[in-house]
Design a protein around this ligand. Sequence first.
Ligand SMILES: [Ca+2]
Ligand SMILES: [Ca+2]
Length: 99
Amino acid sequence: MLNSFVDQVRNFAIHPDTGWISARVTFDREQKQMYRVTVSAVDHGANPKSTNAVVMVEVLDKNEPPRFPASYRVFVTDENIPMGTVVGRVLALDGDQGK
Ligand SMILES: [Ca+2]
Ligand SMILES: [Ca+2]
């Protein structure tokens, strides 16, 4: 008979009776892809015995919109420049896995 599970990281909560692990934060795969959670089970003995297990939680990728590093840029250009002259460059980044 298990008495409780103890979560050692703040990102997860573990129900002490059912063992269900739930999220306490919103995950961002582009920030962290894998979480290692150590859980403990303690019995009801007079001298309680416990054991640990490691649970790995992988955050799967979802397709999110690309983003510009800056919300806007200002480029400066001379007047009367020839048509086709480059006035600046903008780059958008997509942190998803190939999407
Ligand atoms: Ca994307
Ligand atoms: Ca993503």
